[in-house]
Design a protein around this ligand. Sequence first.
Ligand code: HEM
Length: 443
Amino acid sequence: MQNALKKKQSLPLPPGSFGLPVIGETISLLRDRNFADKRQKKYGSVFKTNIFGRPTIYICGAEANRFIFSNENKYFVATWPKSTKILLGSNSLATNTGSFHTSRRKLMYQAFQPRALANYIPAMERFTKKYLEKWQGMGTLTWYPELRNYTFDIASNLLVGTDGGSETRLSKLFEDWCAGLFSIPIPLPWTSFGKALRCRVEMLKEIEKIVLRRQQEQKLGEDALGLLLQARDEEGNSLSLDELKDQILLLLFAGHETLTSALASFCLLVAQHPEVLSRIREEQDRLNFSEPLTIDKLKQMTYLEQVLKEVLRVISPVGGGFREVIEECEFKGYSIPKGWSIQYQIGRTHEDASIYNNPDRFDPDRFAPDRAEDKQQSFGYVPFGGGLRECLGKEFARLEMKIFATMLVRDYDWELLPSQDLNLVTIPTPHPRDGLRVKFCYR
Ligand code: HEM
C-alpha cells in the first residue's frame, strides 16, 4: 500500500499549460471550439489545463471513458464548473453524489421506465403534428428556436404537466439562464453569470407556483413531478420544496436543451445527405405504419435508428463530463491528483479513427449489424455518458427523436436556405450559428 502510494506520488503530471493566473485557459475554452483538439495534438490524449478556476485533466478515448465510468465514487465523483453548479442548485440530481445520488436517481427513474415512456407517445405525436403544421404555414423559418419551443412544450407537458410551456415566462428565462451555465462565475449585473443568477431566482419562483398548484390536485399523476410529490425518503419524509424546485429545473433543462441540439443536427445532416433521406423514406414506405406509433413499430425502423445514432456520434449534444478527483490515481503513467477536476470527452472519442472508419464522414451504415463499429470497443460510443451517471433521460430522448424524425420525413420536405452560417456554436449545446434557416413544405 505504502509502495503503491509512493509510486503514484513519483509519477509525472500530464503535460499542458495552466494559462493565466486565476482565469487559467477558460477564455480560450469558451471562445475556441477546437480547444481540446489543439491541445491534444500538442500534448497527446492526456493533458492538463486550468479552466473554470480549477486545475483540470482532459483524457480522451474509449479506455479513458471506461476509467472514469468504472471508478465513480472510488476515484471520482461528478462535479461541474462552479457556474454550472451554482445555477443548477445544490439539490439537483446532477450535483448530488454517493448514496444520496443513487437513491434520488432511483426515485426519478420511475418517470423514465418503459411503461412511463409508452404513455408519453400520444403527447409526443400530438405536439409533433402541431409544430409540423405550424412550420408548414410559416414556409420559411429559423428552425433552431422553433425546435427549442417544441422540445420545451413536450418536456413541460410530460415532466411537469403544464401546457403551452414555450409561451410561458419560464421558457424565456431559460435562455438567459443557459447562456450563463458555462461562464466565469462573477456575479455582477452585466456578466452572463450575474444575469443567469437573476434568472434562476425568477425561474424558481415560477416552478414553485407549478409545484404548489400540483400539490393541491387530488390526483398527482405519473409524470416526474407527480412521482416526486408522492416520494418519501427512508424516514417517511416528503421532499422539501427547495429540493423539488431544483430537480424540476434540472429535468426541464436536461429534457429540452440537449434534445433541441440533437433534432437540429438531424435536420441539418439529413438535408446535406439526400441519399440518406431517400433511404429513410424507403424504410418508412416499406413498413407503411399508420399512427398511432407504438414502441414496437418504432423498433422496426432500423435504418432510421442507425441515422439517429450517427447524428449523435457526429454532433454530440454533450461534449463530455466533469468529475472531481477524490483519491489520487494513475492513468497512462500520469498522476491524477486529488482535488483536481478531470474531464472525459464524448465528441473526441467519437472522432477516434481507431474506433471509426473515416470518422469525419456522415455514414449511418457504420451502425449496420455487419459493421457495428460502435461494438468494436466498449465505451467507444458514449453520447449519453456511462456508468452510474449515464443519462437518466436517454430513452425519453431516443423516443422523441424517433417520433419527430418519422413524422417529419414522411410528410414534409425541407431545404437549407442559402447565405447562412452553418458553423456550429457549441455552448451550451451545438447548433448552427444562424439558427438553421430553411424552406419548409408539405411533400
Ligand atoms: C446526464 C446526454 C437528453 C436527463 C447526461 C449525461 C450525458 C447526457 C452525456 C451524463 C453527463 C456526465 O457524465 O456527467 C444527453 C443527450 C441527450 C439527453 C445527448 C439528448 C439527445 C436528456 C433528457 C433528459 C435528460 C431528455 C430528461 C428528460 C438527464 C439527467 C442527467 C443526464 C437527469 C443526470 C444524471 C445523473 O447525474 O445521474 N445526459 N441527455 N437527458 N441527463 Fe441527459
